[in-house]
Design a protein around this ligand. Structure first.
Ligand code: AMP
Ligand code: GLY
Length: 423
């Protein structure tokens, strides 16, 4: 099969690496890809926002399957336009992608299907939102409705913070994404993520994972896209996974199908494990980044037939198998991230012998001649397997220490919660 993968992050390098190993893959194109994906497939220059251009590319190059990595093209309806041109595509259409694209959409589905989630109010005007938080009091959570690159959420411990966040949203800090605001009850507990592949009617639950959203050690500093992750998440017991399937995933897939907008693609449930059981914090409609990297490291079965079966709407015969190993990934980011950072610094020693249990997935890199240059905020995902979280962590940091990149930084404590549980 010829496959076109859309995206340029560490998630896409991990997906490309895994798909390239499938006996079913003949040609693998990545648009636009990064400095690492060129080693496992062919990076192509394609304007992904121009859906007609993507359709043309697929016809010309005889692409049999398109896999969409990030959320923006899904929310923009790329999958709909590809399917309308009879091109098999893995990923939800525009309406189903609203599960990620609109917090209010997801909350309404939770109401309809009685899915456990935080209590909330939604507001299209500032005064009503302010009145509501003053009545509820802090702690409370303020969310811009639309896609805000992970920056639209304020967990306000004080009322003044909540008021400031509402002011920000309605003064246009998040553009159109903040035109409506969701105010949520503050949930207490530990967070974990569950991933499922859906075909519109059925789903297969993948492994669990936990990421580290804060920039610095000890979960300090600003929120980021994710500074590291590991899988499985030991806090997610088989009982909690079963409860999540029953109370959250199943009613979501059923509810979307019943509405006539079946969900096909990756359903990524961000959960809070509260004293009353798992509650849905948010959905994403794609693989997590960097959670995907640890999932791909543990997946022993072939990814291509799985994504193809989901895209064809029939997962009945699909199966997934996982290594018992733990996988852990450390994100190396450019100094300054998630704030302003420089691009263009050279990364050395990437061809070192890291061992069989390590993969260095690229995110924001660019290959220029013989040099690998940093070209983004999150730059490398150093990913290792091990018999325990501790072993995977040791292997990952041993590899990090071999990489010569003075302009980068990483957290040194990825996996700390799980390691504390191990000992
Ligand atoms: P989201 O973008 O909705 O995942 O929110 C970003 C982060 O804010 C989550 O990963 C949580 O750490 C936190 N968060 C979101 N909603 C809540 C909530 N209702 N209660 C407590 N923390 C929350
Ligand atoms: N790592 C969080 C995300 O992909 O949204």
């Amino acid at each position: 099969m010829n496959i076109l993968l859309i995206g340029s992050g560490g998630r896409e390098h991990a997906l490309a690496w895994k798909m390239a190993r499938s006996p079913l893959t003949s040609q693998l194109f990545i648009a636009p890809g990064n400095g690492g994906t060129g080693a496992v497939g062919e990076n192509v220059v394609l304007d992904v926002a121009n859906h007609a251009a993507v359709v043309n590319f697929c016809k010309l190059l005889k692409v049999d399957l398109v896999v969409v990595g990030p959320e923006a093209p899904l929310v923009a309806g790329l999958a709909d336009d590809l399917r309308a041109a009879d091109i098999l595509t893995f990923g939800p259409g525009k309406v189903a992608a609203q599960l990620e694209g609109s917090k209010a959409f997801t909350k309404a589905l939770c109401d309809e299907m009685k899915i456990p989630t935080a209590g909330y109010g939604r507001f299209a005007d500032k005064q009503s939102a302010l009145d509501y938080v003053r009545a509820e009091g802090a702690p409370i959570v303020i969310k811009a409705d639309g896609l805000a690159a992970g920056k639209g959420v304020t967990v306000a411990l004080e009322l003044a913070e909540a008021e400031a966040a509402i002011e920000d949203c309605f003064s246009g800090a998040f553009g159109a994404a903040g035109a409506e605001v969701v105010v949520e009850e503050f949930l207490e507990g530990e967070e974990a993520s569950v991933f499922a592949i859906c075909d519109g009617e059925r789903f297969i639950t993948l492994a669990t994972a936990q990421d580290h959203k804060r920039a610095f050690d000890g979960d300090e500093g600003p929120n980021t896209g994710g500074m590291g992750a590991y899988s499985p998440a030991p806090v997610m017991t088989p009982e909690l996974v079963a409860q999540t399937e029953r109370e959250i995933l199943e009613p979501t897939v059923c509810g979307m199908a019943a509405r006539g907008t079946p969900f096909q693609g990756v359903l990524y449930a961000g959960l809070m494990l509260t004293a009353d059981g798992p509650k849905l914090i948010e959905y994403n409609t794609r693989f997590g980044d960097p959670e995907c990297q640890v999932l791909m490291m543990r997946l022993t079965s072939d990814l291509v037939p799985l994504l193809k079966a989901a895209a064809e709407g029939d997962l009945r015969d699909a199966a997934v198998a996982w290594s018992d190993d733990v996988a852990l990934t450390v994100v190396m980011a450019a100094e300054g991230y998630p704030g302003a950072y420089e691009k263009g610094s050279r990364i050395g020693n990437l061809d070192a012998d890291f061992g069989d249990d390590v993969q260095v997935f690229h995110a924001g890199t660019e290959k220029r001649g013989a040099d690998m240059l940093a070209n983004g905020g999150r730059v490398l995902n150093v990913t290792a397997r091990g018999a325990s979280v501790r072993e995977a962590q040791q292997r990952a940091y041993a590899a990090v220490d071999k990489i010569d990149w003075p302009d980068g930084f990483c957290r040194r404590d990825i996996g700390w919660r799980a390691i504390a549980r191990e000992s």
